[in-house]
Design a protein around this ligand. Structure first.
Ligand SMILES: [Zn+2]
Length: 339
């Protein structure tokens, strides 16, 4: 292996690259030498060097530049590249280098609990510029700032094929999207929902899966031994503490992950929707705590908060006062439903 040569050359570049910093044993970053990163703010560092298997890839979150380390070196620093090439050749490594490959095939150990590769391919919302389209969308919906780190921006939906390689080449559009990652309990990304940012988009949510693991949003930060909530939409769940999102109206699909007495099921406010009513009745019959919307027009938590400027404490109070179970739940359900 001659990876040590690459590392030696990355270190050598540290003198030439602005804001250069080693982030971990396999990750370095700096201001991007391709796009300038940026004309407004010289402290931006959106260019990355990442060791993947036996190769190093380079990547910029701002201009979307992506290339193998040798290619980057050759195009930016040809004199250094000549020297590098000679050393690599001497070390017997003359194989071709590749762009970002399937993370599941990589031996790179990931030190943090979250996935560094994911953070490199997509842009975490708390690290984007203020005029980022996904950030502005989340701000318009009032998503709590402390949860921005759980969401990402993607400048081109095709990039999802770089992460879940089974989709590589199958995504034909190239729109910007808000990325909602789904984790399993081991904090591995097992699914992605990509929400359209263009209000004329034909499909609002696209869903991508790693394999057949069930997609429940919030398992990575959930503690079933505390008071908890279950809602339908992942973005709605960001307004409530310790909350899972089922991502369908079948909220009971999360029941194996929660302790019944500790959790409250909050269905969307759709008393005329037969499917929602069936699910709600089932939850009541199973003895769950179920929240009932009183006479409000809003259809979900996010709308309710935005329209009524509700504070977090008041929201929990509102939910608590309108939650029923058992026989009272049955009575309340019959008053609420409209089908
Ligand atoms: Zn750049």
């Amino acid at each position: 292996m001659s990876l040590y040569i690459d590392i030696q050359y990355i270190n050598e570049l540290s003198l030439l690259l602005r804001n250069f910093k080693k982030r971990s044993s396999n990750l370095w970053n700096c201001s991007c030498p391709i796009c300038g990163d940026s004309s407004k703010n010289k402290s931006k560092t959106r260019f990355y060097f990442l060791i993947r298997g036996n190769n190093v890839n380079t990547y910029c979150h701002n201009c979307n530049y992506s290339a193998s380390f040798p290619y980057f070196l050759k195009s930016m620093y040809p004199a250094i590249h000549t020297k590098y090439n000679l050393e690599k050749w001497k070390a017997g490594a003359t194989k071709r280098y590749h762009h970002i490959e399937d993370p599941s095939k990589s031996n790179t150990s990931i030190s943090s609990t979250k996935d560094i590769t994911f953070d490199i391919i997509f842009q975490r919302l708390d690290r984007t510029s203020l005029d980022n389209k996904a950030l502005m969308y989340c701000n318009s919906r009032g998503i709590p700032v402390e949860n921005h780190q759980r969401l990402y921006y993607c400048s081109d939906v095709k990039k999802i094929g770089k992460y879940f390689t089974k989709y590589d080449g199958t995504i034909l559009t190239s729109e910007e999207r808000l990325i909602i990652p789904f984790y399993n309990e081991n904090k591995e990304v097992i699914g992605i929902q990509a929400r359209a940012l263009d209000k004329d988009a034909k499909i609002r949510y696209l869903t991508f899966r790693k394999d057949d693991q069930e997609l429940i949003y919030g398992l990575d930060v959930f503690n079933k031994n505390n008071t908890s909530y279950v809602v339908e939409g992942p973005l709605d769940s960001l307004f409530l503490p310790n909350c899972l999102a089922a991502a369908t109206s079948n909220l009971l699909r999360v029941k194996d992950h929660v302790i019944k007495n500790f959790t409250t099921y909050i269905f969307d406010n759709q008393p005329r929707n037969k499917e929602v009513c069936n699910q709600m009745e089932k939850a009541v019959d199973e003895g769950c705590n179920v929240f009932f919307w009183n006479d409000v027009k809003e259809k979900d938590i996010n709308e309710y908060i935005t329209n009524n400027k509700v504070k977090k404490e008041d929201l929990l109070d509102f939910i608590g006062k309108n939650t029923y179970n058992g026989l009272l739940g049955k009575v309340r359900f019959n008053q609420w439903k409209r089908v």
